[in-house]
Design a protein around this ligand. Structure first.
Ligand SMILES: C[S@@+](CC[C@H](N)C(=O)[O-])C[C@H]1O[C@@H](n2cnc3c(N)ncnc32)[C@H](O)[C@@H]1O
Length: 281
């Protein structure tokens, strides 16, 4: 016969099941789906004094969830929409940007070497008078670690120094920067427009530095052919300077801007870059 204790245990288990379903239910990554998820979590936390007293474990649970399922949801969203759609998405709820970056930092903590650090080193080995534009700067780590003047650009300004815009249309002057950096930031489906914008703002002979997740440019794993990708960039009006495939996690491509844009971005045959979907950890 079931005891009162057994019944209580069953109820507790059922309650846990309900919460799990809430997590699984919201697989839609629209801002409203994420907002309703956050509301559900808030409601769960309002309940009783005893549940409030568990707020620190709730926060831990929340952090783990954000760096897991919700990070992956936001990440997939960014890889499957245009820059302008992503800009509007974050305008509706800028807190989602922080949510994304908590998860992103967690993922990066497992990488043996960060591409942004390789780019920082590249800049430190050169003249600090070079003016840099960091397209998709995230937490502006690059700007914080070099002496150069850096225009940090991202969808949301998490720091007063960051210019918030879709990087296909920046407020930077034409031919005003020496180095354009894209560190894991060619996320939107309209990424060729970001490269065209870099071409516009770069001075003649200015550097274009791209670090991208290896799997996106590895034909063996369904990624694009890196040679086709480089060829398309050259058709836009760049010359290839260096290719580095030595890192396990990312590739590095260096280009220089030619005097003139050769073709319009829409005339170039761009390979599709598949989304980088991070593993569940
Ligand atoms: C994967 S994170 C990399 C951040 C940083 N570059 C690093 O290496 O740590 C990519 C960043 O690019 C930004 N991003 C993606 N598409 C963008 C766009 N169209 N305009 C501006 N920023 C964009 C994202 O918001 C995100 O912060």
């Amino acid at each position: 016969m079931a005891t009162e204790g057994d019944t209580r245990k069953r109820k507790r288990r059922a309650g846990k099941g309900r919460n799990r379903n809430k997590t699984l239910k919201n697989t839609n990554n629209s801002p409203s789906a994420i907002a309703s998820y956050k509301q559900e979590i808030n409601n769960d936390n309002k309940g009783s004094t005893s549940s409030r007293s568990k707020s620190s474990s709730f926060l831990d649970k929340m952090k783990a969830r954000l760096s897991g399922g919700h990070f992956r949801m936001l990440n997939e969203k960014l890889y499957t929409c245009t820059g302008n759609e992503a800009l509007n998405f974050f305008k509706e709820d800028p807190s989602l940007f922080n949510m994304y970056h908590v998860g992103y930092q967690e993922q990066m903590s497992h990488w043996p070497e960060l591409p942004v650090n390789v780019i920082i080193k590249w800049l430190k080995d050169r003249n600090p008078s070079l003016i840099v534009a960091d397209f998709g700067c995230g937490d502006a780590r690059l700007a914080k670690n070099v002496k150069n003047r850096v225009y940090s650009i991202d969808l949301v300004s998490s720091d007063p120094s960051v210019i918030a815009c879709d990087m296909s249309k920046t407020p930077l002057e034409s031919s005003s920067v020496d180095v354009a950096v894209f560190c894991l930031s060619l996320m939107g489906t309209d990424f060729p427009n970001y490269l065209q914008e870099a071409h516009r703002v770069l001075k003649p002979s200015g550097w274009l530095l791209i670090a991208e997740v290896k799997s996106r440019l590895d034909p063996n794993t369904g990624g694009a052919d890196p040679n086709k990708f480089s060829k398309a960039i050259c058709e836009l009006g760049f010359t290839t300077e260096a290719k580095d495939f030595s890192n396990k996690m990312f590739i590095l491509l260096h280009f220089k801007k030619q005097e003139k844009q050769i073709r319009d971005v829409n005339e170039v045959e761009w390979p599709k870059l598949k989304p980088c979907l991070y593993k569940r950890r």
